[in-house]
Design a protein around this ligand. Structure first.
Ligand code: ATR
Length: 279
């Protein structure tokens, strides 16, 4: 029996057990994936006894992503740059950590907007937190020509830009509607539009009809930003896609089979988020 889990504090909201549980069943693998509440003071001990407790690895969510980075061996360059880990696995007795948010974002975009050519594109990224960092890095790796990071706190967006070259610039939050001309991709990485949070106030009238709009928020499944963009005829990619696609590599690392993000899986998680989905 191969075991994995997701750790966080709190952890009750995590949908990862639904995703991995679906894949375990689909592939007929004798395994388990559970939610484990781990208080910050217990994180180092939990990771240190991962193998003794029979785990092949775990997912890491709030508030442990950065602390975990300091407690495991970064598995790759991108993880080192991000300074945050969302997937932990064991290889040859060592505890390794990687970050699959970037590939989750890109693969979700490829699945949801196959016509978008990331190479050579101009993207606008709203927000400058950990998710924005992973997304900017992934877009650059995939050949984006220009990325403008727009954040409420200007200090955070300029600090993010300084980590990259001239292809990434920052702009003032008040300019978010004005700068949408010539944009191929608009990404919201802020928490605005999330259930219980204020709406994202942005005017899309300058946005080209061919631009793709995506949101990392997935509660609700369709944010006001996505509804607004879809009404204008823009292609939209929902945030749930990133959640599903970021889970793929962890499952492959722990259970040895690369799973697929199917419509059936999408609908299963969508119904958990919104019981009215598909009705
Ligand atoms: P994550 O690591 O998941 O990206 P985060 O670091 O908390 O989360 O980032 C949240 C993002 O949402 C930030 O860019 C934040 O802007 P600030 O850097 O100015 O805090 C943005 N955000 C949250 N509430 C906001 C609001 N009311 N208006 C504008 N931006 C907001």
């Amino acid at each position: 029996m191969i075991k994995a889990c997701v750790i966080g504090w709190p952890i009750s909201h995590s949908r990862s057990p639904i995703i991995h549980g679906y894949w375990l069943q689909k592939h007929g693998i004798e395994g388990a994936y559970t939610r484990e509440p781990v208080e910050p003071e217990r994180l180092a001990a939990f990771l240190g006894s991962l193998v003794q407790n029979g785990y092949a690895g775990c997912n890491v969510t709030l508030p442990h992503k950065e602390t975990t980075f300091g407690l495991v061996k970064p598995a790759d360059e991108a993880t080192r740059l991000l300074g945050a880990v969302n997937t932990v696995y064991v290889r040859d007795g060592a505890i390794l950590g990687t970050n699959t948010d970037g590939e989750g974002f890109i693969n979700s975009l490829k699945a949801g907007a196959p016509e978008l050519e990331i190479k050579g594109s101009r993207a606008i990224v709203l927000g400058a937190g950990g998710a924005a960092l992973a997304i900017v890095n992934a877009l650059l790796t995939n050949g984006a020509a220009e990325i403008v990071v727009i954040n409420r706190s200007a200090g955070k967006s300029s600090a993010l830009c300084e980590r990259f070259g001239a292809r990434v610039t920052s702009a003032d939050w008040s300019l978010r509607s004005e700068l949408l001309d010539d944009c191929d991709l608009l990404v919201n990485t802020t928490s605005l539009g999330m259930k219980g949070q204020p709406e994202l106030d942005i005017d899309l009238h300058r946005l080209d009809s061919k631009a793709v709009v995506t949101d990392i928020v997935y509660t609700p499944l369709r944010t006001a930003l996505l509804n607004d963009a879809a009404r204008r005829g823009n292609r939209v990619v929902e945030g749930l896609g990133m959640l599903l696609h970021q889970a793929v590599r962890g499952f492959e690392l722990w259970f040895g089979t690369r799973p697929s993000v199917t419509t059936e899986l999408h609908d299963l998680v969508a119904r958990d988020i919104d019981p009215e989905y598909g009705k």
